[in-house]
Design a protein around this ligand. Structure first.
Ligand SMILES: [Fe+2]
Ligand SMILES: [Fe+2]
Length: 376
């Protein structure tokens, strides 16, 4: 199977030779005191990390640094001065989060005098790290949303909350809230129907919650596709739900795998591919979802020739809705910039999709052309 053909099956990392640009990452600054062991596992589960000792960290700052997390003994001589010299007085833009051994007044005062924007107390859990770092990391991306219409902004905020809440509830072993899914889908349908989809898509491009961003790409693409095909409202809602939920299993996939700049090893690839069954499990915790929604979640990486996963389904075993989700999924992955590939125009993405004869439904791909060409 050639690289293009494999790409159309996997639409994930590991299929390109290397990163297109420096990967977005958290710079984790430590001094070897041991406190880092109480923070690294949680942080590494959320964001790609680069670790460095305090003396060597300053030069590693770049435009790709999402945030700097300090895990150092603040009472050691010169620590506050070294931090201020390298990160505060030098005018570094990345937000600074300090991990404290305890929440005592002295530690808090020391952290703020060293330039802290936010604090975390060890041991750091995935939930606490996401709650503190997530808003800081996405502040500039979400700041751009103010230029959108109220309908578009509402669609983005409701949908982001859906993905954040579903990740939190999944980590607690609970499912997702169906009424939130409906609200998010209705928001995207309104936004795409009344405003233009490309501006919504562009407002999402720099957001660092990948599963939210990609799922919004796919949902908006599907709603536009259904509109173009003249579908009724009920069918548009069904397709939007399938798009919104198709990768819901990725809320529990570590970002270190989702955003890995290089090739995934076999174990990582197995975890990545496991998002379809993880999605099925999340759905199963909330009663009876329509069978075609469950089918799309489980089988959007199947291919007509049987070369996909997770069950190697082929031909008529793959429903029309799932075929449409696959097309929107491949297209959305191609036009999105990732750590391992650059963004692509809609026209270029469509040219690649035309090579998927035997894998994607080419009659549907032909109908998709105007949608693809509308994305610059
Ligand atoms: Fe997927
Ligand atoms: Fe996807």
């Amino acid at each position: 199977m050639g690289v293009t053909a494999r790409y159309l099956v996997d639409t994930g990392p590991g299929l390109h030779a290397g990163p297109s640009a420096p990967a977005a990452e958290i710079l984790f600054v430590h001094d070897g005191t041991g406190l880092d062991a109480l923070a690294l596992p949680a942080l590494g589960d959320i964001y790609p990390l680069r670790t460095a000792r305090l003396e060597e960290a300053g030069p590693l700052l770049s435009n790709s640094t999402l945030a700097v997390v300090f895990c150092v003994d603040m009472s050691a001589p010169d620590t506050i001065r070294k931090i201020r010299d390298q990160f505060v007085d030098a005018g570094a833009q990345a937000p600074r989060i300090f991990i404290l051994p305890t929440a005592d007044r002295r530690s808090i005062v020391q952290a703020y005098s060293a330039g802290a924007h936010q604090l975390l107390v060890a041991p750091v859990s995935v939930a606490s790290a996401e709650q503190v770092i997530g808003p800081l990391v996405n502040k500039s991306a979400e700041g751009l949303w103010g230029r959108l219409t109220d309908v578009q902004q509402s669609a983005l905020r409701i949908s982001l909350k859906l993905f954040e809440d579903t990740r939190a509830s999944s980590l607690r072993g609970e499912g997702l809230d169906r009424s939130s899914v409906t609200r998010a889908c209705n928001g995207v349908i309104s936004a795409v129907s009344h405003d233009d989809f490309p501006s919504l898509l562009n407002a999402l491009r720099s957001h660092h919650n990948y599963t939210f961003r990609h799922s919004m790409f796919v949902t908006g693409t599907l709603v536009s596709f259904c509109d173009a095909l003249g579908f009724c409202q009920e069918d548009i809602s069904r397709a939007a739900t399938a798009g919104m939920l198709h990768d819901i299993g990725k809320v529990v996939t570590p970002n270190a795998i989702l955003d890995k700049p290089g090739r995934l090893d076999p174990a990582e690839m197995a975890i990545m591919r496991g998002h379809v069954t993880a999605g099925g499990e999340i759905l199963s915790q909330n009663g009876d979802w329509p069978a075609d929604i469950v089918h799309a979640v489980l089988h959007h990486h199947e291919r007509l020739d049987g070369a996909g996963y997770c069950n190697g389904l082929s031909g008529a075993a793959i429903t029309d809705l799932t075929r449409m989700v696959s097309i929107a999924d491949v297209f959305s992955a191609l036009i999105d910039k990732r750590a391992y590939k650059p963004a692509m125009s809609g026209r270029d993405a469509y040219q690649i999709m035309l090579k998927a004869e035997g894998q994607l439904d080419m009659a549907l791909v032909a109908a998709f052309e105007p949608i693809a060409h509308s994305i610059k």
